[in-house]
Ligand binder design. Structure first.
Ligand code: ATP
Length: 298
């Protein structure tokens, strides 16, 4: 028997970062609002696929039909190494039509990117109208890794929080829904993941020796995340801190957050810019003509 749905968009949104948020209080191994078996979790994960794909198609269709002010969605993914950003992209975005997805990953800035303001490369990668954009890392690296390693002077980093809030507000005002997700893992879980990368041939490609050096800055990263999340989680562009030691759970939460954003857009299918009855009659007539011609040729 198919289990009943018992997770919801509201449950997913309960992971929202609100005033008073303390990252240290969030247990990365917890599965808030979900206590059922793994089987049910997997069911929850696929239960909403049809609705999600329909809504995404509707969003894309609006842009393709050239409707003015077609919205866009931007999903920002952040997390420590091995936190599962790639898995979210594969499993959550994998259900969607790739035509409607704009994916961008942000690594160490190139020489050219370094010549510009930190938002320059971000602005170039924003989703097009009617698309769901996904950022695998983002402008937040400029207040995270930069803070941990002193890559920019502190006063410059301090200024960036305000610049980010302003930038995101402009995006929201011009029709972008922003969902920011921190995939929150424990150091034990990271060690497990890194161990797996070292013990399995099919995972070597994911291993980066530098991850061990980064891992030793754990507390500083947590502090940098605490500051970033508390200063930039706004009503317009909220952060969600998603416990992610349980990968299927984290993926499910992100999927429901996306579903909530799509539902909130209250989309409609674009109207026809032709007369469907007339076109249907033309189609039938063309079929008759073709049939006649093909029979004569036989
Ligand atoms: P990931 O670790 O995200 O799976 P990866 O290991 O393939 O990806 P890249 O995507 O090439 O690595 O780069 C990620 C690295 O780039 C991270 O260490 C991140 O901190 C760093 N990075 C991203 N943006 C910046 C930035 N603005 N300034 C400095 N370093 C950055």
């Amino acid at each position: 028997m198919v289990p009943m749905a018992n997770f919801s968009v509201e449950d997913a949104r309960a992971t929202q970062v609100t005033p008073g948020f303390q990252l240290a209080d969030i247990d990365p191994a917890a599965t808030p609002n979900f206590s059922d078996s793994k089987k049910k979790l997997l069911h929850e994960f696929t239960e909403i696929d049809d609705e999600l794909t329909d809504l995404q198609e509707m969003l894309y269709a609006n842009a393709r039909a050239g409707l003015p002010h077609t919205p866009r969605i931007l999903l920002v993914l952040q997390g420590m190494d091995t936190s599962g950003k790639g898995g979210v992209i594969r499993h959550v975005m994998g259900t969607l039509d790739p035509q409607g997805v704009d994916l961008a990953a942000f690594g160490v800035p190139t020489e050219q990117e370094r010549q510009h303001d930190f938002l320059w490369r971000i602005k170039k990668a924003l989703p097009r109208a009617g698309r769901i954009g996904v950022f695998d890392r983002s402008h937040y690296e400029d207040v995270l890794v930069h803070r941990v390693h002193g890559l920019s002077p502190l006063p410059v980093i301090e200024q960036r929080y305000g610049q980010i809030v302003e930038f995101e507000q402009e995006l929201v005002d011009s029709g972008t829904t922003i969902i920011k997700v921190m995939l929150h893992i424990s150091p034990e879980f990271q060690a497990e993941n890194l161990r797996e990368r070292l013990e399995r041939k099919d995972k070597y490609w994911k291993y980066n020796p530098g991850d061990i050096d980064e891992r030793l800055h754990w507390e500083e990263y947590q502090q940098a995340y605490q500051i970033a999340l508390e200063r930039t989680s706004t009503a317009s562009a909220p952060w969600y801190c998603v416990p992610s030691d349980n990968k299927p759970y984290a993926r499910m939460v992100v999927k429901y957050l996306l579903l909530g954003a799509l539902r909130d857009l209250q989309l409609q299918w674009p109207p026809a810019d032709f007369d469907p009855a007339v076109e249907l009659a033309r189609l039938e007539a063309s079929q008759q003509q073709l049939q006649q011609r093909l029979t004569q040729q036989q």
